[in-house]
Design a protein around this ligand. Structure first.
Ligand SMILES: [Mg+2]
Ligand SMILES: [Zn+2]
Length: 220
């Protein structure tokens, strides 16, 4: 097969739980729940919804939020070995996340280099947290994704690369639609099955590693 390129989600995929949800539950006033429901039911774009959710949080919470996540986040089983496997087999691995740099980057330290992380940028200059969107949709996407995974994939992969998408939620759906191989769990798995998108269900990165190495052998 062509070169495999892994595009991996962060929240709820690398980490056991969704960090944006954890942050909101801990720090935001109740309105965040209505915004989350609107995003999940696709009535509000991810960019609008997540932008509004973070605007509920005062900027001075920055250190508290990072400290809270560092203490509570659980990295999914097998992830360190998976990054190691990709590195030693020359399989590019990118973390493409709708999360924010101020927590994604510290939590991935030691696993993935910063140059391989694509995420949104938090701006703490104002009273409330503002999000900058350096990876918004290209001309082929009109979904107002915020961090547009399909646009990033189009930038990163070459013609005969095999795109492997790993994810867990609505933000991975557009990427899953253009992937060659999908590893899905949670809401993404439900969505793929209702839309007829082929996928492998996974719970740990150990399973992703095994499947990826099997696929590699089949194609040689
Ligand atoms: Mg996710
Ligand atoms: Zn998009």
């Amino acid at each position: 097969m062509g070169r495999a390129v892994v595009i991996c989600d962060f929240d709820g995929t690398v980490t056991e739980t969704d960090n944006i949800i954890s942050i909101m539950k801990k720090f935001a006033p109740k309105e965040w729940e209505r915004l989350k429901d609107l995003v999940l039911s696709q009535k509000l774009s991810i960019q609008e919804g997540v932008g509004s959710m973070f605007s509920l949080l005062p900027s001075h919470l920055r250190e508290d939020i990072v400290g809270f996540l560092k203490q509570t986040v659980v990295i999914r089983k097998g992830f360190p070995e998976f990054t190691e496997y990709c590195r030693s087999n020359d399989i590019p691995l990118y973390i493409v996340s709708g999360g924010l740099d101020f927590f994604v980057e510290p939590l991935l330290k030691g696993y993935v280099r910063q140059a391989e992380i694509y995420c949104n940028k938090a701006d703490f200059k104002g009273n409330a947290i503002k999000i900058n969107w350096p990876h918004s949709c290209d001309q082929y996407c009109d979904k107002d994704c915020g961090c547009c995974k399909p646009s990033i994939i189009r930038k990163l992969v070459e013609h005969d690369d095999k795109v492997v998408v790993i994810g867990d939620s609505i933000t991975d759906l557009e990427a899953a639609k253009i992937a060659d191989i999908v590893f899905a769990r949670g809401f993404l798995a439900e969505k793929c099955s209702s839309l007829g998108i082929p996928y492998h269900e996974f719970n740990t990165f150990t399973e992703c590693l095994e499947l990826l190495s099997e696929l590699k052998e089949v194609e040689v």
